[in-house]
Design a protein around this ligand. Structure first.
Ligand SMILES: Nc1ncnc2c1ncn2[C@@H]1O[C@H](COP(=O)(O)OP(=O)(O)OP(=O)(O)O)[C@@H](O)[C@H]1O
Ligand SMILES: [Mg+2]
Length: 271
């Protein structure tokens, strides 16, 4: 294994993140990393994509640099820019450049949010070239052999206007993520929130009801993340119905009918 520089060490994940494998994604990701294949992690919000990437970075003992993408983000935000200081101008690497130099796993969260002229900067890094031209600086960065690019992608949100170009998509291997199946989700909620298994089961059942409403008034079902939130409050002694309302209904929808439906589901299972 190659020696990590001091700079790289600060991006290592010290403690093993808790992650329950859903299927064979851990092995598949390891194989993909083995050939440094850029990866696309697809799935709804709060289903464990970021946790998985953290877990894998730790397992592979590689530094992880995560970037939350948004539509105001420019290529310079990823690549770097000249900054002015008292001695004149100084180049500062962006997170993508840093990751390429030190051999980190670079996780671009919600890449679809970025504009297409920003997204294309990853192209030369995600094909056989594995290099990043810093046009403004006049430098061509050759990616460190350990560097890998990972992006997340929520297939639910995209309109045709806001989607990745085929030439971007077809640079990645993909892994589909979804909410874990019942038993697994119950153990995740139990472990992450501190509620007992019986309560976790009820929360998961409520979520299943809500997930059936996706596309019938709800844009997204209740995520595993929100179940963990509800559980955390309940474990602290908050009234279960109030906790569910606060974490599993209010953030999800403003539609009064939909809220009534969700409240009914909460009452059914907490009853
Ligand atoms: N397989 C899993 N093992 C352990 N915890 C999980 C798992 N799946 C989900 N979780 C829990 O769900 C929470 C949300 O997961 P995470 O932040 O990884 O979601 P995400 O898919 O990255 O969402 P977003 O698209 O909104 O960024 C985690 O903090 C963790 O508590
Ligand atoms: Mg995430």
């Amino acid at each position: 294994m190659s020696e990590l520089t001091v700079d790289a060490k600060q991006y290592l994940i010290k403690d093993a993140p808790y992650y329950e494998a859903i299927s064979n994604e851990v092995e598949l990701y390891e194989s993909a990393y083995g050939v440094r294949m850029p990866m696309m992690i697809k799935g709804p919000t709060g289903c464990g994509k970021s946790r998985f990437v953290e877990y894998m970075a730790h397992k592979l003992n590689k530094p992880l640099i995560s970037v939350a993408c948004n539509e105001d983000m420019t290529a310079s935000d990823l690549v770097g820019r000249f900054l002015l200081d008292k001695d004149g101008t100084k180049w500062q690497d962006g997170p993508l450049t840093t990751a390429a130099r030190i051999g980190a796993i670079c996780y671009l969260d919600e890449i679809v949010e970025a504009r297409q002229d920003t997204t294309v900067v990853i192209h030369p890094l995600t094909d056989h070239r594995r290099e990043l031209p810093l046009d403004k600086k006049g430098e061509l960065v050759k990616a460190h052999p350990d560097f890998q690019l990972v992006i997340s992608y929520n297939p639910g949100y995209q309109s045709l206007m806001k989607d990745l170009k085929q030439s971007t998509k077809q640079r990645f291997g993909g892994l589909d993520f979804d909410y874990p199946e019942t038993e697994l989700e119950v153990s995740i909620v139990t472990k992450e929130s501190g509620v007992d298994e019986k309560m976790a089961e009820k929360l998961v059942q409520i979520a299943h009801r809500a997930r059936n409403l996706k596309g019938h008034g709800l844009d997204e079902g209740i995520s595993t993340r929100l179940l963990v939130y509800a559980g955390q409050l309940i474990a602290k002694g908050v009234n279960a119905e109030a906790a569910c309302s606060m974490t599993m209904i209010t953030p999800l929808t403003d539609d009064p009918d939909m809220r009534d439906t969700l409240h009914a589901a909460v009452q059914t299972f907490l009853g």
